[in-house]
Every structure is written in structure tokens, then in C-alpha cells.
Design a protein around this ligand. Structure first.
Ligand code: C2E
Ligand code: CA
Ligand code: CA
Length: 781
């Protein structure tokens, strides 16, 4: 019952009840105890008084002093609690009495015999008369002839005692209640108020307050309870916070997920959908809610299919988005929610993937740039035809110097040009011809059942198609192709063999001066074999140091040599003295040039040092191959040789061809800059043959240019060459770069060049390349 009340109420009630019960208990014990003690005291006191009076009254009787007897009896009667007192004789006659007219038997309630019996005794007797009344019988002599009878009534005294006891109990009760109040106040202060604070904090917490906290000081159990609660609140709040955060994260994830997500109930009605799902159907998530998603799919019965499919398996369907059909992939996973079956539906827009697949299929067989067949398709078709034993012709078409166009105008323009070429050539293809691009600037025609005649006719037509320039943006390109052709007569041969043959024919066409067609013949294979032999011999030559440098002078207008160009020669044990044009391309193709150049530089260094020590004021010009620039740290390696050979950089010159600059990577730029910074003069070789322009001269800080000998050769008769050489000389003068004319073979050429201000000349007219010894001899002479 108490637990139904609050502690604030139940405790005072309990304390009050306790005080009351305690008081009652005390009363039930105290009241009888006190009454009997009081009665006892009074009796004792009365007995003492009576004992004293007994002898004095006996005296009065004996002496017959009835008046004194009367007086003393009256005194006795006036005492508290004494109702009356009489002195009787042996015959029970009243001798003296406190009041007149007292009748003994009616007073005492005793019979005469009883009285006689008592008076016979010499001892005093107290007889209880009922209630708080007593009759005291005191003999006044030994014979028992006289007796004092006193009637006591203690009821008044006892009433007082009871009264006092009640008062006492009342005080106790008051004390207990006061104590209870104090206790209650303390209890309120220490327990109920603090518990209430905890309870309020809990209430606040349950109502979602974030700052729910019970502020309770102390270190007792309640404050410990409070801190435990606070800790619990914090933990719960943290957990709630984390939960909220993760819910937020989850809903953000779902909202931002690129995958469409829907929850549908057992009737397949949408309960929830994320924006991605809505986007798939070009509507809002609200539009989807409560609707049947299958209405939005073009195929019928798709939901049945999804339900029947194993859980989470992906099926493909089509839907309309903004009027366009798109492919969607849908999976359904059942789950229970509030006892009912629901489904998680995942939807993915796979139109991109479909497109990519299509594209991959296309890419597997077509060149994405020109839309022509790719190498793979060509190879496949070739293998099919070979397996069928068909006759066929294979044409390789490569654009001459296409790399330069790429390098100069950029790949984007190069690609545009390739598209233009493909467009122009496509209509020329005869039936049963697969036209493709095998990569880079190489096109392939695979002609089924073709004879030599028809294949060559196609080749001629292709060459003719390049007569007119190609236009891309504002540029007009006069380009030429080289064509390699091979024929297959139906006898067994492999695809790779045929491809190799066409390749060899193409190289032959290029070697033959480009812009032409070459037909494969076994001789070409032989040439390849010869080339391979040459390469092997060159490897040995490097090991055996079979190279020598010849030197050709470059002279000033007075004919005095200023510099010597170091030109490589090979003393081959089989071939005799070989000129560089016959082996340098092989060194370059095989990469052997990278080992050769350092040897050449070292030889040149030793020679220039020797001449310098001999007092000849000559510089030596060294030729670098474009391939040398692909070498890691070319400048560092070359400069290290100079240091080792104790050669000052300004004793040398470096001749670099334009083609080295065309592979314009940061490495070339860095190498040239470092060499130039180290003090090595740089000369641009074969100027005019390529696309080298003023920009190169400025970018790479060349000290001089060498006019290619093809322009010098036609001097002074060709107006074109005259204009060009004059132009170069004027431009160089303005830029402050030196000009060296190469290939000066006669006096007329020399005269023209000198007249136009050329300060340095080189050519057979002044001296052929010759061994260093001959130079020494000449100088000594
Ligand atoms: P280049 O650098 O243009 O060298 C000049 C070539 O023209 C030399 O041919 C030289 O003999 C030749 N020549 C000089 N004056 C005349 C002339 O009046 N008339 C004619 N028709 N030709 C003349 P060479 O020595 O056969 O060298 C051919 C090419 O080989 C050089 O052309 C150069 O590109 C390359 N080469 C030569 N030596 C080296 C070398 O040590 N390293 C590298 N990387 N290339 C070298
Ligand atoms: Ca040169
Ligand atoms: Ca040259």
C-alpha cells in the first residue's frame, strides 16, 4: 500500500504511525505500571501514618482522652484519600468517627462476624473494597477491644497519575512527531529531493532532452546512483547520437547511391524509393510510392519472373526515361518486415554498360578512329582465307613522313588527316576487299582472289589518290604513301609470313625513295638477311674497335681550316672501308649507335687534344645521332668523357640533325641545354631538309647551321636554291648564328657563297674526309 504513495508522503505517514503505535505501546505498559506504583506508594505512606497514629490513638483510648481522640481522628479524616475513619470497641460500637451517623456495616460492607474475626487479630489488615478503595483495620490494643477502621479512596490520586501518564505519553508523541518531522526533512533533503532530481533528469532524457543530467553532489549511494545515471545518459546519448549519425549516413548513402533502391510490400507496391530509382523512371520518389513499379517497365510479367528467379539474381528489362528506352538491371531480395514479406529491389541503369559492350565488340574488330577494320579483324580474315586456300593479295600502305606531321601539328590534326585519308581511299576499294588500318599511319587492303594485275591496279589507284592535297582545317597537306604488295597463290603459307612479306615490300618501297609501290620478291628477304648479317658484323666491329674517324676541314673565306668534321669509317675485314651511310642506319636501327657514339666522342677528343698540343688551332665537329638523345643523361656521359680526356668543351662542336629535335621531348631539350651550358657549340646539321625553323634555332640556342649539301649542289644555277641559300644567310645574320655551307664541290659554288657572306665552307673543293694522319702531314707541310 505504501509503495503506491510517493516517498514524500509515505515516510511521514510511516513515521506518524510509528509514533502513534509507540505511544500506545508505551501507554499500555506505563499506565498500569505507574498506577500500581502510585497505589503502592500511597499505601505505604498511609500505612506509615496509620502506624504512627495507631499508638497515639491507643494512648488516647487508654487515657480516656476522648476529645483528643476525636481531634486526632478528625485530623486523620482530613488527610488526602481518607474517606472516613472510625474507632470501634469490641462490641463494634463506634467510639469516635470522622463523620456522624456512620453505620458500620453499611460503611464497610463487612458482617459483624468478619469484623470480630479481624479485631481478634492484633495485626493491621488492609482489605480491598473494590476499585481504588481500601479498608484499613488497625487494632488499637493487644486485646483487640478497640480498632481503628480507615477507608481510603485512592481514585483521585490515580486519576492524577493517569492524567500525568497521558501527559507524558503526549509529550513522547510530540517528541516523536518532532523527531519524525526533522527526520522527514533530512530524508527529503538527502534522499527524496535527490532522487527526484534523478527522476527529473530521467524524465527529461525520455522526452529527448540532449542535456539530461542529474546534478547531485556528495559521494553517497545516491550521488553514485546519479553519476551512474549520468554516465548511462551520456552513453545512451552517445549511442543515440551514433545511431542517428549512422541512420543519417545510411539515408544519405541510400539517397546518393548511384543504384536505384526500392522497398516493395507483398503486393509489390512501393513503400520507399531512393532518388536514383526515381531518376530511372524520370519521376520523383513520391511519384513511385504506393504504385506498382512493373507498370513502368516495358516488358510484361517481369515481376513474376523476378519473384521466381533465385534471390538477388539480376534480370534485364527496359524502361522509358524521358521518352528514351533504357536498359535496367533489376534484382529482388525478399525480407521480413513487421511479420510481412517485403522485397528490396535494386535497379541499375545499364545502358552505359550496354553501350560499352557494343563499343567493345566494335573495338574488337574496328579501328575507332577511321571506323575501318582493325588489325585483329584483318588478321582473322587473312587466316580464314589462308585456311580456305584462297588466292589473295595483301597491300600495306604507309604515309611517308607522317611522324613529322604529328610532331609539328599535333596528334589531333594527325588523326583528322588519317580520317581524311581513310575517307578518300575507301571508295577506291574493289569488291571482296577488306580495307583496314593496322595502326599508326599504316593501312592494309586484303584483296580476296586477286591476281598481280588487279592488285597493282589498286596500288596505282591508291598512289594516284594522293596527288591532290589533303585539307584539314586551314592546312593543305601534300603527302605521299609508300605501298608494299605481296601476293599469295593459294599454296600453304602462314598469316605472319605474308604480313612479313608485305612489310618487307613496304620497306623496299620506302628505300626506293618513297611515294611508290614495291612488290615482294624473295630478294627482299635476302636483303633482310644481309642486313641481319651486317648487324652481327657491326657488333663484332664495336668489340674489335674497327672504327676510325676521318676528318674533313671546314675553312674560312681565306681557305684556312677552322674546324674538322669527324666522319666515321669502318674498316671491315670482309667489306673493306665502309662509308657511314651503309652502316649508320643499321647501328641506329639496332640501337648499337648508343655504344658507338661514346667511342666516337673519345676518339675525337683524343685527336683534338693531340692537335691542340701540337699547336693546331682546330676544333673538331662531332655528329650525334637522333637516337643518342634517347640515352639517359646524354650530356652527363659526354661531358664525363671530355673531363677524362682533358678536353676543353670549346675545342669541340656538336652537329645535331633536325630529326633529333623533332622527337622533341624534355630530354632532348635538357641534354642540349646542359651541353650548351657546359660550353659546347651546337650546330644544326642538314638545315633545310626538314621542317626546322627559326623557332628551333631560338629554342635550342644553336650557334650555327649547316646548309644541306642538296641546296649547295644546285648553286648558283637553280633559282630556288639561290633564293633559299640567300634567305638562310640573311636570316642567320639577323639572328647572329654562324652558317656553314656543306658539299662545296667547285669554285662557282664557293664564289656564290662567299659573295653572299657565308663565312665557313666545307666540301670536296676544300678537302675530302681523310684520316687524321693525313691532316697532320698536311699541316706540317
Ligand atoms: P653529314 O653529317 O651531312 O656529313 C657530311 C657528309 O657529306 C659526309 O659523308 C661527307 O663525306 C660528305 N661530303 C662532304 N663534302 C662533300 C662534297 O663536297 N660533296 C659530296 N657529295 N659529299 C660531301 P659521310 O662521311 O659519308 O657521312 C655521311 C653521313 O653519315 C653524315 O652526314 C652523317 O650524317 C653520318 N655520319 C658520319 N659520321 C658520323 C658519326 O661519327 N656519327 C654519326 N652519328 N653520324 C655520322
Ligand atoms: Ca655532319
Ligand atoms: Ca650534313
Amino acid at each position: 500500500m505504501l509503495t503506491k504513495l510517493s516517498l514524500r508522503r509515505s515516510l511521514p505517514l510511516l513515521l506518524g504511525l510509528f509514533a502513534l503505535l509507540f505511544s500506545l505501546l508505551l501507554l499500555s505498559i506505563e499506565l498500569p505500571l505507574r498506577s500500581s506504583a502510585e497505589l503502592h506508594n500511597w499505601r505505604q505512606h498511609s500505612e506509615q501514618t496509620l502506624a504512627l497514629l495507631q499508638s497515639s490513638l491507643a494512648d488516647h483510648l487508654r487515657q480516656g482522652r476522648s476529645e483528643e481522640l476525636q481531634t486526632e481522628l478528625a485530623d486523620l479524616g482530613s488527610l488526602a484519600n481518607v474517606r472516613w475513619a472510625v474507632v470501634i470497641d469490641a462490641e463494634q460500637r463506634i467510639i469516635a468517627a470522622t463523620r456522624l451517623g456512620l453505620e458500620l456495616t453499611s460503611l464497610t460492607g463487612l458482617s459483624h462476624t468478619d469484623l470480630a474475626r479481624h479485631s481478634a487479630s492484633t495485626k493491621a489488615h488492609w482489605l480491598a473494597e473494590g476499585g481504588e478503595r481500601f479498608l484499613a483495620l488497625y487494632p488499637l490494643d493487644r486485646q483487640g477491644s478497640h480498632m481503628l477502621l480507615v477507608s481510603f479512596d485512592f481514585s483521585e490520586q490515580l486519576l492524577l497519575t493517569r492524567h500525568n501518564t497521558w501527559l507524558f505519553i503526549g509529550e513522547v508523541l510530540l517528541l516523536l512527531l518532532t523527531l519524525g518531522l526533522v527526520l522527514n526533512a533530512l530524508y527529503h533533503l538527502l534522499v527524496t529531493r535527490r532522487l527526484a532530481a534523478i527522476e527529473q533528469a530521467t524524465q527529461r532524457f525520455t522526452h529527448g532532452a540532449q542535456d539530461a543530467h542529474a546534478e547531485i553532489s556528495g559521494s553517497d549511494e545516491i550521488s553514485q546512483l546519479a553519476s551512474s545515471f549520468n554516465l548511462m545518459f551520456e552513453q545512451l546519448q552517445r549511442q543515440q547520437h551514433n545511431l542517428r549519425e549512422s541512420q543519417k549516413l545510411l539515408s544519405t548513402l541510400i539517397d546518393t547511391a548511384p543504384i536505384g533502391m526500392m522497398v516493395v510490400d507483398h503486393e509489390l507496391r512501393v513503400e520507399q524509393a531512393n532518388p536514383a530509382a526515381a531518376k530511372l523512371f524520370s519521376c520523383t520518389p513520391q511519384d513511385l510510392q504506393g504504385n506498382l513499379p512493373q507498370d513502368r517497365l516495358l516488358e510484361g510479367g517481369c515481376w513474376e519472373r523476378l519473384i521466381q528467379a533465385p534471390a538477388s539474381s539480376n534480370l534485364e528489362f527496359t524502361t522509358l526515361r524521358n521518352g528514351h528506352e533504357i536498359a535496367v538491371e533489376i534484382s529482388m531480395t525478399p525480407f521480413q518486415r513487421e511479420g510481412e514479406r517485403h522485397y528490396l529491389v535494386l535497379l541499375r541503369d545499364i545502358s552505359d554498360r550496354k553501350l560499352a559492350e557494343q563499343r567493345l565488340r566494335f573495338l574488337a574488330h574496328f579501328d575507332p578512329l577511321t571506323q575501318l577494320a582493325n588489325r585483329h579483324q584483318l588478321q582473322q580474315r587473312l587466316e580464314q582465307l589462308l585456311a580456305a586456300g584462297s588466292r589473295l593479295a595483301l597491300l600495306f600502305l604507309d604515309i611517308d613522313h607522317f611522324k613529322r606531321i604529328n610532331d609539328i601539328h599535333g596528334h589531333e590534326l594527325g588523326d583528322r588527316l588519317l580520317i581524311e585519308i581513310a575517307e578518300r581511299l575507301k571508295p577506291l576499294m574493289p569488291p571482296h576487299c577488306l580495307f583496314g588500318r593496322s595502326g599508326g599511319d599504316e593501312f592494309v587492303c586484303l584483296l580476296e582472289g586477286a591476281e598481280r594485275g588487279s592488285a597493282e591496279t589498286l596500288g596505282e589507284a591508291l598512289l594516284a589518290a594522293f596527288k591532290a592535297p589533303f585539307q584539314v582545317r586551314q592546312y593543305h597537306f601534300n603527302i605521299t604513301p609508300s605501298i608494299g604488295l605481296t601476293l599469295h597463290g593459294g599454296h600453304p603459307s602462314s598469316a605472319s609470313e605474308l604480313l612479313k612479306q608485305a612489310d618487307l615490300a613496304l620497306y623496299a618501297a620506302k628505300d626506293g625513295g618513297r611515294n611508290n609501290m614495291a612488290l615482294y620478291s624473295p630478294r627482299l628477304s635476302e636483303a633482310t638477311e644481309l642486313r641481319q648479317m651486317l648487324e652481327a658484323e657491326l657488333r663484332l666491329a664495336i668489340q674489335r674497335d674497327e672504327f676510325e674517324l676521318f676528318y674533313q676541314p671546314q675553312v674560312d673565306p681565306t681557305g684556312k681550316p677552322l674546324a674538322m668534321e669527324a666522319l666515321l669509317r669502318w674498316h671491315s675485314p670482309n667489306r673493306g672501308l665502309v662509308a657511314p651511310n651503309d652502316f649508320i642506319p643499321v647501328l641506329e636501327d639496332s640501337g648499337l649507335i648508343l655504344e658507338t657514339t661514346p667511342k666516337i666522342v673519345r676518339m675525337a677528343c683524343r685527336q683534338v687534344r693531340q692537335w691542340r698540343l701540337a699547336g693546331l688551332d682546330l676544333r673538331v665537329a662531332i655528329n650525334l645521332s637522333p637516337l643518342d638523345f634517347s640515352q639517359d643523361d646524354l650530356a652527363g656521359r659526354l661531358l664525363a668523357i671530355l673531363t677524362e680526356e682533358q678536353v676543353s668543351p670549346d675545342w669541340l662542336e656538336l652537329e645535331v640533325t633536325e630529326s633529333a629535335l623533332l622527337s622533341d621531348g624534355p630530354a632532348v631539350r635538357d641534354s642540349l641545354a646542359r651541353l650548351k651550358q657546359a660550353g659546347l657549340p651546337l650546330l644544326l646539321d642538314d638545315f633545310g631538309t626538314g621542317y626546322a625553323s627559326l623557332t628551333y634555332l631560338q629554342q635550342f640556342h644553336f650557334d650555327g647551321i649547316k646548309i644541306d649539301r642538296q641546296f649547295v649542289a644546285d648553286l648558283p644555277d637553280s633559282t630556288q636554291s639561290v633564293a633559299l641559300v640567300r634567305g638562310i644567310l640573311t636570316m642567320a645574320a639577323q639572328l647572329g648564328v654562324e652558317v656553314i655551307a656543306e658539299g662545296v664541290e667547285n669554285e662557282r659554288q664557293a664564289a656564290f657563297l662567299l659573295l653572299n657572306g657565308c663565312q665557313r665552307l666545307q666540301g670536296y673543293y676544300y678537302g675530302r674526309p681523310q684520316p687524321a694522319l693525313m691532316v697532320n702531314a698536311a699541316s706540317q707541310a
